[in-house]
Design a protein around this ligand. Structure first.
Ligand SMILES: Cc1cc2nc3c(=O)[nH]c(=O)nc-3n(C[C@H](O)[C@H](O)[C@H](O)COP(=O)(O)OP(=O)(O)OC[C@H]3O[C@@H](n4cnc5c(N)ncnc54)[C@H](O)[C@@H]3O)c2cc1C
Length: 448
């Protein structure tokens, strides 16, 4: 896949990966063996008919390919860009055993970007029943799509001022352009889905109130409560959660100053803690916001980094440095309580324990001080208690996430469903979409 040159892209927020040309897509699709029993489908959480859509691409029937994909995945332009295909469909492709698997995600993106989406309007027979979704991330959007296509009236209540959840406030536009998400949201609007922004479920509107007005309620509020390190100095000026930093830049469009006047803390020497996709996004964003140096600090080695390989490679190409086998001890501030450095403990990996994992252990006496004026903590997230505390009848598991019936997505409250990160903990877009779709199908079965 052609990409923007690292030296150029590290200074802009335009999409890094430029997409296949038609010739490239045809060449890649032509490699597909069209297996009788396609293993790739087993690796897809929503079972996209991968072999069949690739067959359509080979025949240059792009509208047909789009129809095949959207029979089980409503948002292929998004999934083609952000799904961890290497662990899912592509990880199962038989060609990957001896060489390169088919680049399924790239073909999915090609089809989604090039096929006319063909809005479904008019012909849907209304069923006279209403569904409310709380939150507008991929789980709710997917649930809303299934319900609306089957004649149910859907209203989405979202706490923020823009729909899309992490797709708009977390994942930066250089990986997922905001107009791609907006297009999917517009598609739902054309189906009649109504969006009520700046509504906080549990505060502005309660689940009990919605239950009175709607046949079914879907809760897709994600897991947006940041986890912190718990080391001294973490409350100094200049220490941020990745959530806050990315939300200011992405949702608040701080990168388009002065058109958007969203304040964002300027960092010259930035340190990001964590090694997942969120850490990569935060580091690459800080670089684009003008940082002179960006370090990712992780207490294990590169082999254990949970981020997608491609994201790590892209980050390094752009100039992000990895500081591995290092763990923060404390943040140090100046007289004005502004962050000026972080003390790091050097680590080594111990022999594998009973679980087979090699734990990081401190190397005695090996501490270093790293100058830094902006620290971004990207260690993961937990469930946000706002809606949960206001809904005491909602059963939660021991980790604080909503318990649901696996097949239907129904919670402990009848006709109240939930899905996505608020059920599984922080996971992936495709899993959230799959959960929203399953719940939507159950709501349709009951009310459409
Ligand atoms: C920076 C970042 C990068 C990521 N990169 C990838 C990636 O490359 N690939 C991938 O597959 N996954 C990625 N993920 C994970 C993925 O985005 C999530 O798993 C997915 O978005 C979860 O979807 P969701 O619908 O459950 O919740 P969310 O996307 O979190 O959406 C929840 C929505 O609910 C709203 N909300 C919360 N509380 C309330 C309330 N009380 N009332 C009303 N609305 C509320 C929120 O504002 C939000 O809009 C990434 C996550 C982050 C943070």
């Amino acid at each position: 896949m052609p990409c923007q040159d690292p030296g150029i892209r590290s200074k802009n927020f335009d999409e890094v990966a430029l997409g296949y040309t038609e010739d490239m897509a045809l060449a890649e699709a032509g490699r597909c063996l069209q297996c009788k029993k396609p293993l790739c489908m087993q690796g897809c959480p929503v079972e996209v008919p991968i072999r069949d859509f690739i067959g359509c691409v080979v025949a240059r029937d792009y509208a047909g390919a789009y129809a095949k994909i959207t029979s089980s995945n409503s948002f292929p332009a998004i999934c083609g860009r952000v799904c961890p295909q290497e662990n899912q469909c592509e990880g199962h492709c038989i060609l990957g055993k001896k060489g390169s698997p088919i680049a399924i995600g790239r073909l999915e993106r090609f089809v989604a970007d090039n096929a006319a989406a063909g809005a479904v309007t008019g012909s849907i027979q209304k069923k006279g029943k209403k569904v409310a979704c709380i939150g507008s991330g991929p789980s709710s959007l997917s649930c809303a799509g299934v319900c609306a296509k089957n004649g149910l009236d859907v209203d989405i209540y979202e706490a923020m001022h823009e729909a899309g959840g992490v797709l708009v406030y977390g994942i930066p536009s250089f990986r997922l352009p905001k107009d791609v998400v907006a297009r999917e949201v517009e598609g739902l609007s054309r189906l009649g889905v109504r969006f009520f922004m700046n509504y906080v479920g549990g505060r502005t509107v309660s689940v009990a109130e919605l239950k009175e007005q709607y046949a079914a309620v879907f809760i897709g509020v994600g897991a947006g409560l940041p986890v912190f390190l718990g080391v001294p100095g973490e409350n100094l000026v200049g220490v941020f959660s990745a959530n806050e930093y990315l939300t200011r830049v992405n949702l608040g469009r701080a990168y388009r100053f002065p058109e958007y006047d969203t304040p964002v803390y300027p960092g010259r020497h930035v340190t990001v803690f964590g090694a997942g996709n969120v850490a990569m996004d935060a580091a690459r964003t800080a670089l684009r916001m003008g940082a002179e140096s960006v370090h990712i600090v992780y207490r294990r080695t590169r082999a254990e980094m949970p981020a997608r390989k491609e994201e790590i490679e892209h980050a390094e190409e752009e100039g992000v440095a990895l500081t591995l086998l290092s763990s923060p001890v404390c943040f140090n501030g100046d007289a004005d309580q502004k962050l000026c450095s972080v003390t790091l403990q050097k680590m080594e990996l111990a022999e594998p324990d009973a679980s087979g994992r090699r734990r990081p252990v401190p190397i005695q006496g090996a501490q270093v001080e790293m100058p830094t004026d902006l620290a971004i903590i990207a260690l993961g997230t937990r469930s946000n208690p706002v809606l949960l505390e206001a809904t005491p009848d909602l059963a939660l598991n021991e980790r604080g996430y909503i318990t649901v019936d696996e097949a239907s997505g129904e919670t402990s409250i009848p006709n109240v469903f939930a899905g996505g990160d608020i059920v599984t903990g922080a996971a992936t877009v495709i899993l959230a979409m799959g959960a929203g779709r399953r719940a939507g199908q159950e709501i349709v079965r009951r009310f459409a």
